[in-house]
Write a protein that binds this ligand. Sequence first.
Ligand code: B12
Ligand code: SF4
Length: 478
Amino acid sequence: MKVLLVNPPGISSKYKRDPFINFSSMPLGLAYVAAVLEKNDIQVEAVDCPPLDVSNEQLAKHIERTQPDVVGVQALTTSIYSAVEVADNVKKASPKTHVVFGGYHPTFCPEQTLNSSRSIDAVVRGDGEYTFLKLVRSLEAKRNNDGKKKIRGLSFRDGKKIIHTPNAPLIKNLDQLPFPARHLFPNDKYSILGLQLPSFTMVSSRGCPFGCSFCAVSAFYGSTWRPRSAPSVVSEIESLKPNRGVYGVAFMDDMFALSKKRTLEICKLMKERRTNCVWGATVRADTVTYDLLRAMHDAGCVIIFLGVETGEQEILDKIRKGETVEQMKRILKWTSSIGIDTVASVAFGLPGETKKSMMKTIDYVNALKPDHAIFALATPYPGTKFYGEAVEKGWIVDNDFTNYTLFKPLIETSDITKDDLKAFLKYAYIRFHINPTWLPRRLIREARVAATKYGMTLYFKNLAWLMRSLKRNFFILR
Ligand code: B12
Ligand code: SF4
């Protein structure tokens, strides 16, 4: 059996031009699926189209040449149309190839996905590793639909009907999974926040127990949190270590530091095993203490990502964030005194938003003084409670999923219009970066981090990055 896994061409290629992130990351979900296939002696290839700038036409030619038995396609909401184009091209180039979709969008909308094109043969819902493996085995044994009916977590067409088998159980022990098959991906094409270091992403846990109404993650994993053990996490970090020098690791977990015990253990092992990496992770303001942040910093943590969302407590309560603005102020004070950089992620247009609350948020974020701020627009992704509310109240004014990028206004309420959202997004970026203290603060911080962590050559390289990111930030204002 020859399997090809595809991350379709999509908005990530625009990412490079996109404002802040300059963040290009391996599709770890596909890399995990690939690792499990390889472990089971199945021949697998992967094409990550966005960082390689592979177009749908080039991919089709590759498929025509290689004639894989199964093509697995990852689809997020923004990339769903591009994924469907991949499926149609596969069937034209190699009609016998079985086309399987997986990832967030097909998991939440399996019926809609299968109905969007007859080229899609099946959808894998939820954790993909074992469901996909079972499907490949079943296809190998030519069991067709009878085989599929026995596999949990699948949706597929049976004549005119669509069959959904019961959900597959979540993978209980993530330590038992092999490390992602990174060798199948173009590692040199990925970068984290433009860092001038070899950089990697990884996940040390899956899911999040908090049920914020706008978030797809808690909906996807059913508000559960599955941590890997500290030794497994640190072994993976060690496996990434280049021959010499410092390297960067970004944890893509949604909830890295939920368990204080596990976080401390990871930090202790990183120090003991001299992993020598600088790293960053997403944390919630209410799950960390000053001491924990100190321990993280001692173990190489240089940056944390915070879901600030809004400065209006009433909105935080409405979206069931379960955090307070006071907790956010406290963590920003801690990180600034410890010397950990912060990225504040802000969303305009959440339920209850008004022009007044957006202005309050902008003032609040500027007063918090994070090192970076990502201002985005609340986007109703299918499967979330926010989506349900937005549909029910008729807020959604744009149903084109390619626009679900977090930067395009899609909703209108009695209090805010698309134009308001656009205008506030623009104003937020201007206010944040034209703040006279921002640039000097960044230069001092860069120097401090460079001197302690990277050495001065990287300081100058990172200064160049700072200037580039400033330019990029203003790109969004056009
Ligand atoms: C890292 C990351 C990125 C990276 C890499 C994305 C990628 N292709 O994997 C980058 C920076 C490129 C990115 C970009 C965007 N992202 Co993003 N991203 C993430 C993040 C934080 C981690 C992804 C990850 O590695 N997860 C861990 C792995 C193990 O899980 P997984 O990817 O879901 O894969 C598992 C299953 O889904 C399934 N599976 C996945 N694909 C396939 C394919 C097949 C064939 C099969 C069988 C199974 C399968 O099996 C996998 C293993 O169990 C998630 C949040 C999250 N926790 O998942 C958001 C998330 C996926 N991103 C999201 C969004 C909104 C975006 C952007 C629109 C944001 C933007 N404009 O900046 C873009 C869209 C890019 C696009 N191509 O459309 C949303 C998606 C919502 C949705 N309904 O689509 C998420 C859920 C964040 C959130 N909380 O809302 N992202
Ligand atoms: S927004 Fe963050 S805290 Fe809320 S459910 Fe999603 S991952 Fe968890």
